[in-house]
Write a protein that binds this ligand. Structure first.
Ligand code: PMP
Ligand code: GLN
Length: 388
């Protein structure tokens, strides 16, 4: 992938391959248990898969409307109302995207100008840095620090400058598993209102909260009109390969994001939109069973990693857990993750790739627990070899 830099003339020069693809390739090459890239090893509900097949058979195979099919936009609006009491007009305030990835890219490209600054928290999801760069903007990061991944309010205030255009927030947060609480969100909202900033919120793990509750930033006073709320069906319904995401925002913001979306993908996978339109309407019992299942998996992996000897920062949400590897006598997470397949047949992600502050991220490693219980148990058994 380093070869790409010989030809790459874009603002992504020097960025290389995403860590998730690299580590999944390593898992395949070494036939390791892949606790790196976050994808479940069991698919979502069969009835939802059948709905996609039925949509193909019913002939939903040509370009759908650029905004997304009306049925899905209505389901997204219903979902926001049911879970958060937020009202969005399906015709003017919702846009279907090719995963949250496209929603993030299109939003940043639409809303940032050359030289604008975007304030976000580190560790940050990898596509944020790339998309901020593609938009010609600059990131200013506020560090979330273990063990609770809180942040210094003064650091957030200090990150705001006259060039700040928007705050980019991810809650529940990848890779830490932090769920921002009401007081933290109120502070972010207060700062956005005070400085007249926009907010982009990435809420793809909204239904994976084990402790506390997910509070959309848009539900706070003064935020509904200035927040672009992003989510995706990939995590919630365990169909990460379908790439159905969405944006909910005020009409002017959606119109701006849509302009960019038109030229990125124009429209998004028609049959999958039909299937997700139905999935979003599933009973509350689907959502709670999904969360309960992942909570058990979190507990199993966290206990196992602590047994291995890591310092474990128990996540309140998402399907990732971060550990500090230093109790095992090593401090370089990248070297550790590159050796782990050979030593134990397990793949994990070095969190340092999500940090500007390299020293902060160096000893931290992320494991995904969206895998079958027996797979997680086997990964732990294998890693117990690290203790000797
Ligand atoms: N944001 C975060 C925080 C993620 O972890 C991911 C990975 N799924 C995405 C966005 C991308 O979501 P999608 O697969 O829907 O593009
Ligand atoms: N969101 C997934 C993760 O954090 C990866 C998705 C991707 O590979 N882009 O592991």
């Amino acid at each position: 992938m380093a070869d790409a830099d010989r030809y790459l003339t874009s603002r992504l020069h020097g960025l290389g391959a995403t860590i998730f693809a690299e580590m999944s390739a390593l898992a395949d090459r070494t036939a390791s248990i892949n606790l790196g890239q976050g994808f479940p090893d069991t698919d979502g509900p069969m009835e939802v898969a059948e709905a996609a097949i039925a949509a193909i058979r019913a002939g939903h195979n040509q370009y759908p409307p650029g905004l997304g099919i009306a049925e899905l936009r209505r389901s997204i609006a219903e979902h926001q109302q049911r879970f958060y009491g937020l009202t969005y007009d399906p015709d003017t305030e919702i846009l279907v995207t090719t995963g949250a990835t496209e929603a993030i890219a299109a939003s940043l490209l639409a809303l940032c100008d050359d030289g604008d600054e975007v304030v976000t928290f580190e560790p940050y999801y990898d596509s944020y840095a790339a998309c901020i760069a593609m938009a010609g903007a600059h990131r200013r990061v506020v560090t979330l620090r273990a063990p609770d991944y809180g942040f210094d309010p003064d650091a957030l205030r200090a990150a705001i400058t006259p060039k700040t255009r928007l705050v980019l927030l991810n809650s529940p947060h990848n890779p830490t598993g932090k769920v921002f609480d009401r007081a933290e969100l109120e502070l972010i909202a207060e700062i956005c209102v005070e400085h007249d900033l926009l907010a982009i919120t990435d809420e793809v793990y909204e239904h994976l909260v084990f402790d506390g509750e997910h509070i959309p930033l848009a539900s706070l006073p003064g935020m509904r009109e200035r927040t672009v709320t992003i989510s995706s069906a990939g995590k919630t319904f365990s169909f990460t390969g379908w790439k159905i995401g969405w944006v909910c925002a005020a009409p002017g913001l959606v119109a701006a994001v849509r302009v960019v979306k038109q030229y990125l993908t124009y429209a998004t996978g028609a049959p999958f939109q039909h299937a997700i339109a139905g999935a979003l309407l599933l009973d509350d019992s689907y959502y709670s069973a999904f969360t309960d299942d992942l909570r058990l998996k979190r507990d199993l992996l966290c206990t196992g990693l602590a047994d291995v000897g890591f310092e474990v920062f128990e996540p309140s949400g998402t399907y990732f857990v971060t550990v500090d590897i230093r109790p095992l006598g090593t401090a370089d997470g990248t070297a550790f993750c590159l050796d782990l397949p050979e030593r134990c047949g397990v793949v994990a992600i070095p969190n340092v790739v999500f940090y500007d502050d390299i020293d902060e991220g160096r000893p931290l490693v992320r494991f995904a627990f969206c895998k079958r219980m027996e797979v997680l148990a086997e990964a732990v058994t294998r890693m117990k070899a690290l203790r000797t």
